[in-house]
Design a protein around this ligand. Structure first.
Ligand code: COA
Length: 573
């Protein structure tokens, strides 16, 4: 099977995430490409948790559509996934003596009952090991590298003691034995192997990738306040920054974290914070200060369902308005948005160069699907990351920190410089010498200077990637992880002979108006799929380009699937 999706669903606290992680790791170690998706409740225990692993010998673009194999730990999970149990799929479920009280029979679906609760509770006397009974069964039925799984189990539970490891290993064997003795395999699914994992492949989450991108981009100061789903970025930075002589400050809140970052940047460091929607709201005033004082800072926003505490563990793309336009006053900033895990590394590193070059806040808009997912990717080569540094005052006559230039960019000095430059960074409107100045003439010149930097950027930034060619009936434009789904849906549409193409912009703000208009001129209809209720990208595009796209909105806490988007493309056609 060249492309397979295994999904496990159950209750938060039952070890769904651990079991899914192990399958993902085993698949990677078997040389396959992997992309995972997980969704779980905000509670520590209870509620529906799901982990999905998609693996393939080919490049994987998105979470995919539904699953081929579903493993249900309880009735709630089974009920939530019934619609995806289409003919040709496989169900393994906890029966008998579990939460599911009746034998399941669904037309065309291969159903394998497995009493995972009973085996764990009664035979092994450790209910926690239920997930490993399921893992053993999955490994036997679908040829998932058993020795790799056992190694991963030892690595994962080793710190919990020998007894825990031994019982879990027995649980894996018990799952295998049960399937051997009770079921004859009648489905075609098999993970198999694509040989050994290549030496230059790593498996890494989107959040870890943001940390890695930051480190490779030269970040040496990081300050944040923990918030789901962005906390893993801070965890990653806490492991790496000390080894690189960097500094990490866990702040008392998000306002303080960005204030710390502004201070570090003012002193010359490449500095970053990470957060999610509620934290980004709190940072708005300081984003304005960074924009006014022209300080380079990077902010990674892993979007989640809002407003307020909203859906803290769920996927959404609803911070776009705030990222591009949030705050008071006219405050230019740059917003970039990555498609997948490799892209997060690249764009986060690039965000430091943009911040340094244009001396303004740069926001990297990740999202719940991207942040939590893991992907197998080629290990990035640190040498390929070049650092652009801020324009610096090197001496000479009459230093003007906010000198009016055609590009809008002026040289900075910083505390400790031995040249005689003032190093004022001010939130008050100022003149070229950074002295407060509120005359109408100066105000307009300075505001225009700050915005001129966006024009300078637009003239240099690479064109968005084009998928497909010629004239099309439908052209798809999206951002963030929805780009991966669009890419797959457009590929499927084109394979069916439909005239469809896509544009995949990384730079979301300022908008690449010229390129978007040129693309739209070759399409009868522009379709903008995005995971928010207001159609934020479509709305920004209307304002900036005059294009009037069909807005396709999803705001149920889940990402689009390629099949869902393909159906919409056909409907629009
Ligand atoms: N044997 C022993 N221990 C096991 C085990 C096994 N067979 N299987 C799992 N475990 C342990 C795991 O190691 C983990 O322990 P750890 O925390 O010490 O690492 C624990 O059981 C939970 O298992 P895990 O697989 O990681 O998660 P899960 O699928 O049971 O789901 C979550 C739990 C993730 C849903 C939940 O804990 C969580 O984090 N919820 C979100 C909280 C949040 O962010 N809220 C938002 C606040 S705004």
């Amino acid at each position: 099977m060249s492309d397979l999706i295994i999904r496990i669903g159950g209750e938060g606290g039952e070890g769904i995430i651990s079991a899914g992680d192990m399958i993902a790791q085993a698949a990677t170690r078997s040389g396959l490409n992997v992309l995972t998706f997980k969704t779980f409740p905000a509670e520590i225990r209870g509620g529906y948790a799901m982990y999905q692993v998609r693996f393939s010998k080919d490049h994987i673009m998105s979470e995919g559509s539904g699953s081929n194999i579903f493993c249900a730990f309880n009735k709630e999970a089974l009920d939530k996934n019934r619609a995806d149990l289409r003919p040709g799929t496989v169900l393994i479920y906890d029966y008998p003596d579990g939460d599911i009280e009746e034998e399941v029979k669904i037309d065309g679906v291969t159903c394998y009952p497995l009493p995972m609760s009973r085996i764990a509770k009664k035979d092994l006397e450790m209910y926690r090991a239920k997930n490993m009974v399921a893992l053993g069964a999955l490994s036997y039925m679908f040829d998932i590298a058993l020795e790799e799984l056992k190694d991963l189990l030892r690595e994962k539970f080793g710190k919990k003691g020998e007894q825990v490891v031994a019982t879990n290993l027995k649980a894996v064997d018990a799952g295998i034995t049960y399937m051997k003795e009770h079921h004859k395999k009648t489905d075609p699914f098999k993970m198999g192997s694509a040989g050994k994992m290549a030496k230059d492949v790593i498996i890494i989450s989107g959040n870890e990738a943001a940390g890695l991108g930051a480190v490779l981009g030269g970040c040496r100061f990081f300050s944040a306040y923990p918030i789901t789903p962005a906390t893993e970025i801070a965890n990653y930075m806490s492991q790496w920054l000390p080894k690189l002589d960097g500094t990490l400050v866990q702040a008392e809140d998000e306002i303080a974290s960005l204030a710390n970052v502004l201070g570090a940047s003012y002193a010359g460091a490449r500095a970053m914070t990470s957060t999610s929607g509620p934290g980004l709201s709190l940072m708005q005033e300081l984003i304005g200060l960074a924009s006014m004082a022209e300080l380079p800072v990077v902010i990674v926003d892993v979007q989640r369902g809002g407003p307020s505490t909203g859906l803290p563990t769920k996927h959404e793309q609803s911070d776009l308005f705030m990222a591009c336009h949030g705050g008071h006053g006219d405050a230019p900033r740059i917003v970039v948005s990555p498609e997948n895990v490799a892209d997060i590394i690249k764009l986060t590193a690039e965000a430091f160069n943009l911040a340094e070059e244009y001396q303004m806040p740069v926001l990297v808009l990740s999202d719940g699907s991207l942040g939590f997912r893991t992907e197998s990717i080629t290990r990035p080569d640190p040498k390929s990351f070049k650092h652009v540094t801020r324009a610096r005052y090197t001496g000479g006559e009459g230093f003007k920190r906010y000198e009016l230039t055609k590009s809008g960019i002026s040289a900075m000095s910083q505390p400790g410089d031995d040249v005689a430059g003032s190093y004022i960074a001010t939130g008050l409107e100022h003149n070229e010498l950074s002295n407060p100045n509120f005359t109408p003439e100066n105000r307009v010149k300075m505001c225009d200077k700050r915005f001129a930097k966006l024009d300078t950027l637009l003239a240099k930034y690479p064109d968005p990637e084009l998928q497909g060619d010629g004239n099309a009936d439908v052209g798809v434009i999206s951002f963030g992880s929805t780009m991966g789904v669009s890419r797959e849906a457009v590929k499927l549409a084109r394979e069916q002979g439909l005239k469809v193409k896509a544009l995949h912009p990384r730079l979301i703000w300022p908008m690449q108006t010229k390129q978007l208009k040129a693309f739209a001129a070759t399409c009868k209809t522009i379709l903008v799929p995005e995971c928010n209720a207001q159609g934020q990208l479509a709305e920004l595009m209307r304002g900036a380009t005059g294009i009037n796209p069909v807005s396709y909105r999803l705001y149920d806490g889940l990402p689009f699937s390629p099949q869902q988007l393909l159906a919409k493309i056909k409907e629009v056609m």
